[in-house]
Structures are given as structure tokens and as C-alpha cells.
Design a protein around this ligand. Structure first.
Ligand SMILES: [Zn+2]
Ligand SMILES: [Zn+2]
Length: 413
């Protein structure tokens, strides 16, 4: 029976309602996040807003306090849903490496045997706004990541304009859900301020009513005090996050880029000026999903690759020996196997975890008179070790390895 895309999905996502909703693998944290929002608002409605309503009785102001709290909470929950249950901008995996990029090579072992191997350049350069940007090949997804795309080690997908993987919403934050994520965090901050202010107002009303001290009013409504403390602490987190993302949006950076390039003083090629950056995030047309999780999987016929037979044995080789080697060569032509070897070799060179979560998008500033003219493929993986210091950063649990190729470009300026 034909399987649907979500049933054959290679990433770590969870799907609900037959592939209509996509969650991250850590979506179990969502109910916890929901509790953190719904519990205080329920307590506020029952113990503060209802009592406050009686204070304003013949007027409608008391009702308005309760209605605003409920509508605000609904808005926060809708934004949370839009952030966590939809495609964040996953780049669909390829089932085989891009053929046009493959390099056919022959390696000669110490005993003179020649073995053809299939290799793929580890990086290539693309031009973004007239500036050369290096993009890296993703071994897991078998594609060259578009600029600003990164492979999330938790979801095991390449995500466009990857910001970070948010454990609170259990989803990647990428090109398709960043604006909802920001609005979620910002409206959660406003909700904190609102609940805090209304709880403080209730304390004030109690003080005025009974001509008591603030301590007596606080004893009378302990829930108001608890809510004020809760909102004050929460505001440090969500309010701080809102401020940080306002800064990121104004300079058109992602969290990932900010953590990675902070010390480098690099020119950010995506910064189009503050107002344009805000327009890009909030007013641009939403990017359609590149995945149809409910579509049926198209079964591809098995692929066979024919390579020029550059292999030649020693002249004195016996016929059966030759036959055996040819068999070996044919075995080696299996692309999957070669790519796997390549991946292992690359991992061994870097001495890192085999799970692919390394991203390398180096932004190279190229002077206007020496602007790189077209897309060109760069030297393959052997080169990056010799380029400069490799440095490891850790962002949201993912390890990032960096090669400082921009230094060479700077020198050439
Ligand atoms: Zn990937
Ligand atoms: Zn993720």
C-alpha cells in the first residue's frame, strides 16, 4: 500500500491528525508550557478578576478586565499553536546526492590498486546581494543548504533561516514560524504585564476599601501576591527574550548567526536597514511549505551510476584476479556506500559526532572590484582543515564547527 510522506519521514518529527500537524520530537514539553500559561490565568480569573468585577459593579469596566484577560490568553495560545504545530521551513531531503556536483576520482592504494570513488565538494559559494556566501553540503539531507539554512540536530532536518530549536514550544524556529514565535513571546510578555498590573490594582482597591495597610490587603488576597511574583519572574524571561529578538530583527540576524558570528565583527549581508528588516519579518508574504506531508510517496526506481572504467590492473595480473577486482570496483560504485564512507571520513577528520549538525555558512566580504562572478564549486572537504583555526560553539545543544575562510578574503581586499 502506498505510504504518505509523513509515514516515511526521515526526520525526528511527530505528526498528528494524519500528517496535518507537525511537531518537534520534544513536543512533550508543550503541555508543560500550556500549564505555565493557563494555570496563572485561571487563578487570576477566579481569585482576582471576578472579585475586581464586583468592585466596579454597576459599570462594565469590571467585566472588561476578565474579558481582556481571556482574549489575550487565547491570542497567546493561537500564536503558540502556529509556532509549534506547523512546518518551520524544512528543506525536503534528497534521496540521492545531486548528480551534477559529483566528482569522479581514482585513489591509488600502496599496493598499486586503483579504486574509483565518488566525491562531492563539501562547500560551494553562492552570491547573495553581490557578496559571496559559502554554503555547506548536508550529508544527511544530501543537499547544499541554502544561505542561512542549518541542520537542526534535534529534529534532524535542514531548516531555512534557522533561528534556533525552542525546547519550550518543541519546534524549530525557522523562516515560516519566526514571526509567530516573536509575536508569541511578545504577547506573553504583555500578558504578564497585564496580570501583574491588575493584581496590583486589586491590592490597591482592597487597601482603599478597608483603609488598611498594604500588608493587610496582601493577607486578604494572597493569590494577587503570588500572581505578581510569578509574573515578575516570568517577565524577566519572556520580556528579555522579546527585547533580544527586537534587536535581532532590527539588524536582520538569526539567534544562530548572533551566537556564531558575534566575535567576528562580520558584515551582515542580510541587513537592509532597520525598517526594511522589520518589513521583511512582519510584512513579507509567508513562505509556502516545501513539504506536503499528506502526499503519497513516489517510489523511485533504483538508480545505477555508470562511471568511466579508469581502472587498470597491473599487466601481469591473472584473469581471475582481474575478475575479482572488477567485482570489487563495481561494489565500490554503489553511491550510498561511497557517500557513507565519505561521511565517515569527514567525521573522522573532524573528530566529531557522526550525527550531522554542523553548519558552515561563511560570509566572505569580497571587494567590489574583485566580486566573484558566478556560483563556483569550492575545493572539497580536505581543504577546510588547512584554512585556519577551527572553533566550536554550542548553540541550543548543537555543535557548530567553523572554518575562518573569510580571513583570506579580507587579506585580498
Ligand atoms: Zn540537513
Ligand atoms: Zn528542531
Amino acid at each position: 500500500m502506498a505510504r504518505r510522506v509523513y509515514e516515511a519521514w526521515k526526520g525526528s518529527n511527530k505528526f498528528l491528525f494524519g500528517g496535518r500537524l507537525i511537531l518537534g520530537p520534544d513536543a512533550w514539553s508543550l503541555p508543560f508550557t500550556l500549564l505555565l500559561i493557563i494555570t496563572p490565568v485561571s487563578l487570576f480569573s477566579v481569585f482576582v478578576a471576578t472579585n475586581l468585577r464586583h468592585e466596579f459593579l454597576p459599570s462594565n469596566a469590571g467585566n472588561a478586565i476578565l474579558v481582556v484577560a481571556i482574549l489575550f490568553t487565547l491570542l497567546v495560545l493561537i500564536l503558540l499553536f502556529l509556532t509549534s504545530a506547523r512546518d518551520p521551513g524544512i528543506v525536503p531531503r534528497n534521496s540521492h546526492p545531486p548528480e551534477e556536483e559529483l566528482c569522479y576520482d581514482t585513489t591509488v592504494s600502496s599496493d598499486g590498486r586503483q579504486t574509483p570513488t565518488v566525491q562531492i565538494p563539501r562547500t560551494k559559494e553562492v552570491i547573495v546581494y553581490g557578496v559571496s556566501v559559502r554554503v555547506k553540503y548536508c550529508d544527511t539531507c544530501m543537499l547544499y543548504r541554502p544561505p542561512r539554512c542549518s541542520h537542526c540536530s534535534i529534529c534532524n532536518n535542514c531548516v531555512e533561516r534557522f533561528d534556533h530549536h525552542c525546547p519550550w514550544v518543541g519546534q524549530c524556529i525557522g523562516v515560516r514560524n519566526y514571526r509567530f514565535f516573536f509575536m508569541f513571546v511578545a504577547s506573553a510578555s504583555l500578558l504578564c504585564i497585564y496580570v501583574f498590573s491588575m493584581s496590583a490594582l486589586y491590592i490597591k482597591v482592597l487597601m482603599d476599601n478597608h483603609q488598611g495597610t498594604v500588608w493587610r490587603a496582601m493577607r486578604e488576597s494572597p493569590w494577587s501576591v503570588m500572581l505578581m511574583i510569578y509574573c515578575f519572574i516570568s517577565l524577566w524571561f519572556v520580556g528579555g527574550l522579546t527585547g533580544f529578538h527586537l534587536y535581532l530583527i532590527s539588524t536582520n540576524q538569526t539567534t544562530y548567526e548572533n551566537f556564531r558570528y558575534r566575535s567576528d565583527n562580520r558584515i551582515n549581508v542580510y541587513n537592509r536597514g532597520c525598517s526594511n528588516n522589520f518589513l521583511e519579518i512582519f510584512c513579507s508574504k509567508g513562505k509556502p511549505s516545501r513539504n506536503n506531508f499528506r502526499a503519497f510517496v513516489k517510489e523511485e526506481p533504483p538508480r545505477s551510476v555508470t562511471l568511466p572504467t579508469t581502472w587498470e590492473g597491473p599487466e601481469e595480473a591473472e584473469e581471475e584476479n582481474r575478475e575479482e577486482r572488477r567485482q570489487k570496483v563495481e561494489d565500490d560504485l554503489d553511491i550510498d556506500e561511497d557517500i557513507m564512507k565519505l561521511q565517515q571520513r569527514s567525521n573522522a577528520e573532524e573528530g566529531s559526532n557522526p550525527v550531522d549538525h554542523k553548519v558552515d555558512i561563511d560570509q566572505m566580504r569580497v571587494g567590489s572590484n574583485e566580486r566573484a562572478p558566478t556560483i563556483r564549486s569550492e575545493a572539497r572537504h580536505g581543504n577546510w582543515g588547512t584554512r585556519g583555526n577551527a572553533q566550536e560553539d554550542v548553540i541550543a545543544g548543537s555543535s557548530v564547527r567553523e572554518s575562518r575562510s573569510y580571513a583570506a578574503a579580507e587579506e585580498g581586499r
